[in-house]
Design a protein around this ligand. Structure first.
Ligand code: SF4
Ligand code: SF4
Length: 372
């Protein structure tokens, strides 16, 4: 694959998404991890992660998100958090919370952790445990949320919403408030990885979406000045695409558990791309020169209708991974855009999901067999 952009001068990434591991006690069917999960033996060692954090700080990165899988499954998490703090990186732990306790949180806070994002599968225990595939998980999350606050760490309560839990969206907003979250994130499922596999079972109906929009708007008005309510809308009902990742290779660099550097967490799904490894390349060289990073950076790569559109530096042509997943062409205009010649695929996917009685396929180490 050849770069078509000249290597442009590029600002440093704002954030590093460090996917420390794919190990996780939960099995969410909407997980953004790839279908082929990495085993523990393939994970980067501590020394390499420490070097990556050093390089990120030198490159000008401001924030590191420790993610997974479940980042708490890594025994060296404290060392990594400590190094991030030493290098002046703002650190956020993105966790299911089910393995955290007061001592562990105090140690993380002492090591310099700045923030915790705790994920919930629902506001109602039986449904949450069913969706996460982990019995007792919801109760553990309810117990751990106050411990996060007690450790002096700001809390974001994250709820991933979809057809099977949207009826309880008002309860989720109330739960976030009750738990003392400083931020509540309501995120509609984005259809990559396991979520794409489960699209028919997770896609909301139009009516659910309208009700959700109204509930979030009301909560944003009611909680203004006290709690920030972030809302990630579903692409399939949109007329305009989102500025995915703030533009390809412009804001974020993602490192997989095995060390691949990606411009976005779903970029491994793109056929024909060979993304580099931090085992053999520096973060600075990858960010500046790697053909996969340069390929869709900026606007020079854009086809029509993006090429002559005045939103090209607002949404950057939308999501490359969604364009590839739906059209087979990563350079196509995101089908979420009403101007895309492929926009009809979105409505067709919604119609298909309306007619399907799909079961959830749970995230697990062995990928499901391809459909015959
Ligand atoms: S989405 Fe669920 S399964 Fe995936 S990493 Fe998060 S908690 Fe684990
Ligand atoms: S045509 Fe391209 S740049 Fe214009 S709104 Fe659609 S995706 Fe964005």
């Amino acid at each position: 694959m050849n770069a078509i952009n000249p290597s442009p001068r590029v600002a440093a990434p704002l954030a590093l998404l460090a996917e420390l591991t794919h190990r996780c006690p939960l099995q969410c069917p909407y997980c953004a991890n790839p279908l082929q999960l990495e085993r523990a033996a393939a994970e980067l060692d501590t020394a390499t992660w420490l070097r990556v954090l050093d390089e990120a700080a030198e490159l000008g990165v401001l924030q590191v998100h420790f993610s997974g899988g479940e980042p708490c499954a890594r025994k060296d998490l404290l060392d990594l958090v400590r190094r991030a703090a030493e290098r002046g990186l703002y650190s956020n732990l993105i966790t299911s919370g089910v393995t955290l306790d007061a001592a562990g949180l105090a140690a993380l806070a002492a090591a310099g952790l700045d923030h915790v994002q705790l994920s919930f599968q629902d506001a109602e225990a039986a449904s949450a445990d069913r969706i996460g595939g982990y019995r007792g998980g919801h109760a553990r999350k309810l117990a751990v949320a106050p411990l996060i606050r007690d450790a002096g760490l700001p809390l974001t309560a994250n709820f991933v919403v979809h057809r099977q839990n949207l009826a309880r969206l008002p309860d989720m907003l109330a739960l976030g408030e009750e738990l003392g979250a400083s931020r509540i994130e309501i995120a509609h499922v984005q259809y990559y990885g396991w979520a794409l596999k489960n699209r028919d079972a997770l896609m909301p109906t139009r009516r659910q979406l309208d009700e959700a929009n109204a509930a979030v708007e009301a909560a944003q008005a009611r909680l203004r000045g006290r709690i920030t309510v972030d809302y990630v809308v579903p692409d399939y009902y949109a007329a305009l695409p989102k500025a995915c990742m703030g533009g390809w290779a412009q804001r974020l660099i993602n490192i997989t558990p095995a060390g691949l550097a990606l411009p976005c967490h779903a970029a491994e799904t793109l056929a024909g791309f060979a993304f580099p490894s931090v085992r053999s390349h520096s973060l600075a060289a990858i960010w500046r020169d790697d053909p996969g990073f340069v390929r869709f950076r900026g606007t020079a790569w854009m086809p029509e209708p993006c090429r002559s559109c005045d939103r090209q530096e607002i949404d950057w042509g939308g999501c490359r991974c969604q364009a590839f997943a739906m059209t087979g062409d990563a350079a196509a205009t995101d089908p979420a855009c009403a101007l895309s010649p492929h926009h009809h695929l979105m409505a067709e996917a919604i119609a298909e999901s309306d007619n399907a009685a799909a079961n959830l396929v749970y995230r697990r180490l062995r990928a499901p067999e391809p459909a015959a």
